[in-house]
Write a protein that binds this ligand. Structure first.
Ligand code: VOV
Length: 246
């Protein structure tokens, strides 16, 4: 008999967009051209800030550490179309001419109905489905799957067992209240993995500690499969010019 699927509540659509800066061509253009590209990029950031102020979406920008990418954007919008529109608008900008795609991930903010439920229209539920992303010092993103191999098949466990394992998971998570904020996005049918995990922390070490501690929770130890990890430092708009100056 098939195990029962869990119902999900789904919120804003999500794009993680990672780019590598082509510093060689960035250095080759004139100061004026660079300045106008930076100004146009900052204008876009200002426009996105006003969308966020109106609570019609949210975004963050981080500087990736290591060679996988240089910039990591996370965008949230009410519809997939708005997400594409903002991506296209950004791609048409001058600054984007100096960026190479490094990684992207498409998903939707997800809450699964395993535990005791608040009503779907409770303001706290709505806030979690449409989160204004924290601008904390550090961010980490990785995609993950739940294993389905032999005896270790998440998708054939019964509902109660999965709910129990996720309850244990949430107990570990709650130890990090105030230190780590998580946004879980579902990507079934949208991208190559099943979930995107985005974590924010003031202290970067807390990211390592939570991911390590969770490895020992049965749900991760037995059923977690992980993709590439990206970690970065916050890049506020006022630091964009010095960051891009060459
Ligand atoms: C920062 C703390 C934290 C807290 C409090 C927390 C709590 C909770 C709760 C209560 C629930 C279930 C209901 C819901 O809200 O959906 C979840 C759900 C989920 N989680 Fe979580 N999680 C955290 C953090 C947290 C981390 C660090 C990871 C990565 C795991 C790892 O090993 O690298 C993760 C993953 C997930 C996933 C993939 C799901 C969806 C599972 C599914 O099958 O549907 N999560 N999570």
């Amino acid at each position: 008999m098939a195990a029962e699927a869990v119902e999900t509540l789904d919120g804003w659509y999500c794009l993680h967009d990672l780019r590598t800066i082509d510093w060689t061509s960035w250095k080759m253009v004139s100061d004026e051209e660079r300045k106008s590209a930076v100004d146009e990029f900052k204008d876009l950031l200002t426009k996105w800030e006003s969308v966020e102020a109106d609570e019609n979406g949210s975004h963050v920008l981080y500087k990736v550490v290591g060679q996988k990418a240089d910039l990591m954007f996370m965008f949230l919008r009410p519809t997939m179309n708005e997400l594409t529109d903002m991506e296209t608008e950004f791609n048409k900008s001058k600054f984007a001419e100096f960026l190479k795609p490094a990684y992207s991930y498409v998903s939707v903010v997800e809450l699964s109905k395993y535990g005791p439920q608040r009503p779907a229209d409770d303001p706290r539920t709505l806030e979690r489905l449409h989160p204004i992303l924290p601008k904390w010092e550090h961010m980490c993103f990785y995609p993950m799957d739940k294993r389905r191999q032999g005896e270790e098949n998440w998708y054939s466990l019964d509902f109660k067992e999965r709910a129990k394992l996720l309850y244990e998971h949430s107990k570990t998570g709650r130890k990090y209240a105030g230190e780590v904020k998580q946004v879980i996005t579902g990507s079934f049918g949208f991208d190559d993995w099943e979930w995107g995990v985005t974590l924010f922390a003031h202290d970067v070490l807390q990211l390592k500690k939570i991911v390590y501690e969770m490895r020992f929770d049965e749900v991760s130890a037995k059923y977690g499969e992980f993709g590439e990890f990206f970690v970065g430092n916050h890049l506020p708009k006022e630091d964009v010019s010095p960051y891009l100056s060459v």
